[in-house]
Design a binder for this molecule. Structure first.
Ligand code: FHN
Length: 681
């Protein structure tokens, strides 16, 4: 056993090395270049699930997961094959709609989780060629993409609810035998299909894997599949869902895990740019990926246009989804939005295509993208909120403005700019050229010279007695100056920062970077609140550990425990899921007292996968509820020495289950709440 484990490990390291060796950084950048420049693509979820269109047995909130969410038996679902006949499908129309919206690539589902193949495969009869339609829409789309200059890309689900060799089965499919299922055979089937897709449809821009989260898939299989696909089309780009290291819907790759060529945040946009990381946010226009005839909750055109700017300003791509009907047409609401985006892109696409993340950290009026030019660079200021005073200011820039103008005004008449230290102000026209997003261009010569405001760092954001604050800047040869005041104020002179500050009262720390006595950045500010400690409880006769209650059921949010029948109860030394009787569909809560050693500020951090809540002194202080991967939330409170009531609630739906509660205070490093601290009556 040990020998085989070592062999697997060695082969995995060899494969990783091989993958890395196969491509130099320059080769990687060259392969990624079109994708990085594109910034905007169309996702299309289209398959058999468009036939029921989200409705089953009177329930209307299904999507592309309908077969398993509605527990439709295989032979019932297979009947959709004879009903799928998208006679109105027109590949040219779809591709032109994407092109006219300013999209540079299309990613379409070749096979979703239901296993139905939207292309002419010889590997199974569960495919489009067995429907009355009897055409290969992917072939037609590939040809149309080449005709109109878009990259044709494919989504392919590793998870397959139809193939007899795929495991695991759905937990409700007790009737489907698994004895003869051989997962390696399923992988061979997948590779055979991918070979068809990668050798019969011309150049494929991106292979967008999905459905990689079940335990039968792993890093070694993912790397093998990545190398296999690249062996068929070396220039293809592959997302991180080929591996097994994705951080759930956050979509980025866990440190040290193989992450393909880009990260895939889903239905969310990272809070900041991610320097050195390629990533693409995929998002629905309404609430479903696959067509749902009842779902009219479409995002507004304003939201979509601003999201495109937000994503580009952070250096990401936007993959916006359309779920076509079973007749082969886009929902009218999707078409309306695509046309609206197209109108905006027609005048402003230069501020999106080929741009990089903003060099400016603070843009309260909108977003900023940047592009290198022949002898300098351009900033594109995406102004959402047009300043009433007609003046737009950016901080932290020492470059001299060559020209400023409104991008959509084709004559590009110059706008006046003035400078005060690092701040550049632009005199704007009275009326915004676009009520949703007006782009102002600042043109510069030379290399960008921007300085972000200093970071104001501390372990805590509040204090009982004191808090230690450090100031930092990544910029070379700058001097940090600061002042402590009751509110946010620009630092025009300030005190030179020499080292950590001890703050003893509620205040706001303001800081700014200087060079040769002149400000070179904007001012950063951070408020520190003074906390009055909560009184401890006068209790006695407590015993070590916390009491717990355990319940079973399927909840998407924390249940009202008062209304549940109690399943099990007992005492635990620390906050642990050990008492659980199964790995999915359960909830627990722990209650008792936490004993703190001294009057101080305490910071509690509650981490869980799925939901959790923390109550202190009988008040809810952290709400980390919901179905999500491991995520944490923190809360700070002043506590007097002694016993304080504590309660932790936990909810597990499916997948991994984790719960941790940490405590820290000035002088006490972050540590798991442990049995020396916990008591119950
Ligand atoms: O389960 C799929 C879902 O149906 C859809 O395809 C999205 C699109 O990224 N991916 C999975 C959910 O993360």
């Amino acid at each position: 056993m040990k020998r085989s484990l070592i062999l697997i490990l060695l082969s995995f390291c060899f494969l990783v090395k091989l993958a890395a060796q196969k491509e130099t950084l320059g080769g990687h950048d060259e392969r990624m270049q079109w994708w990085r420049d594109a910034r905007f693509g169309m996702f299309i979820h289209w398959g058999l699930y468009a036939v029921p269109a989200g409705t089953w047995n009177g329930q209307t909130d299904y999507g592309e997961w309908i077969r398993t969410s509605a527990r439709i038996p295989l032979d019932t679902y297979d009947q959709f094959v004879s009903r799928f006949n998208p006679v109105n499908f027109n590949a040219d129309e779809w591709v032109k709609a994407a092109r006219d919206a300013g999209m540079k690539y299309i990613v379409i589902t070749s096979k979703h989780h239901d296993g139905f193949c939207m292309f002419d495969t010889k590997q199974t009869d569960f495919c489009i060629m067995k429907t009355p339609f009897h055409r290969d829409p992917l072939k037609e789309l590939a040809d149309a993409c080449r005709k109109y200059g878009l990259k044709f890309c494919l989504y392919y689900s590793i998870m397959d609810w139809h193939h007899p060799d795929y495991l695991p089965r759905r937990e409700w499919e007790k009737d489907r035998a698994i004895d003869d299922a051989e997962y390696d055979k399923y992988v061979a089937y997948m590779k055979a299909e991918l070979k068809e897709l990668l050798t019969r449809y011309g150049e494929i821009g991106v292979l967008w894997f999905d459905g990689e989260w079940e335990p039968t898939w792993n890093q070694a299989r993912g790397l093998d599949l990545y190398n296999y696909v690249r062996s068929l089309q070396p220039s293809i780009i592959i997302n991180n869902r080929v591996g097994a290291g994705r951080l759930d819907m956050e979509g980025l790759t866990k440190k040290g895990m193989f992450g393909g060529d880009f990260g895939t945040p889903e239905q969310q946009i990272p809070a900041t740019g991610l320097p050195g990381t390629d990533w693409e946010t995929c998002m629905t226009m309404n609430d479903h990926w696959g067509y749902n005839s009842q779902d009219k909750n479409f995002k507004s055109l304003k939201e979509i246009i601003r999201m495109l700017s937000d994503i580009a300003s952070k250096g990401g791509n936007y993959l916006l989804n359309v779920g076509p009907t079973a007749e082969g047409i886009f929902p009218k609401e999707s078409t309306e939005r695509l046309r609206g985006i197209g109108r905006w892109m027609e005048l402003n696409s230069e501020a999106v295509y080929g741009t990089k993340a903003s060099p400016i950290s603070s843009t309260p009026w909108g977003r900023c993208t940047m592009k290198t030019t022949k002898n300098g660079f351009r900033l594109y200021l995406h102004v959402f909120d047009w300043p009433a005073n007609g003046k737009l200011t950016i901080d932290g820039c020492l470059n001299k403005v060559s020209k400023a103008f409104v991008l959509s005004d084709i004559k590009h008449p110059s706008l006046n700019t003035t400078r005060k230290n690092d701040a550049i102000s632009i005199a704007l026209p009275k009326t915004a050229p676009d009520t949703v997003n007006s782009v102002i261009v600042l043109e510069f010569k030379g290399e960008p010279d921007f300085t972000d405001p200093p970071e104001i760092l501390s372990d805590f954001s509040s204090l009982v007695d004191s808090v230690t604050v450090t100031l930092a800047s990544s910029r070379p040869n700058v001097e940090i100056r600061f002042q402590v005041s009751d509110s946010i104020k620009p630092v025009d002179s300030g005190i030179i920062y020499k080292g950590p500050l001890n703050i003893y009262r509620e205040c706001t720390v303001n800081a700014r970077c200087f060079r040769d006595g002149k400000p070179v950045s904007g001012t950063s500010s951070r408020h520190y609140a003074a906390k009055i400690p909560f009184f401890a409880r006068a209790v006695s006769g407590l015993k070590p550990g916390l009491s717990y209650r355990y319940f079973e059921g399927e909840w998407d949010k924390m249940p009202n425990f008062k209304k549940l029948q109690q399943w099990y109860f007992g005492v635990v030394d620390t906050i642990t899921l050990a008492p659980k009787k199964r790995n999915e569909n359960f909830a627990m809560y722990f209650f008792g007292y936490i004993k703190v050693p001294k009057r101080e500020l305490y910071k509690f951090t509650l981490a869980s996968d799925d939901g959790s809540k923390l109550f202190l002194d009988d008040m809810q202080v952290i709400d980390n509820d919901g179905l999500h991967s491991l995520q944490e939330k923190s809360f700070e409170r002043g506590l007097n020495e002694g016993y304080h009531p504590i309660r932790v609630e936990y909810l597990q739906r499916t997948g991994s289950a984790e719960l941790q509660l940490y405590i820290e205070s000035p002088g006490m490093p972050k540590t798991l709440v442990n049995k020396q601290m916990l008591f119950h009556e």
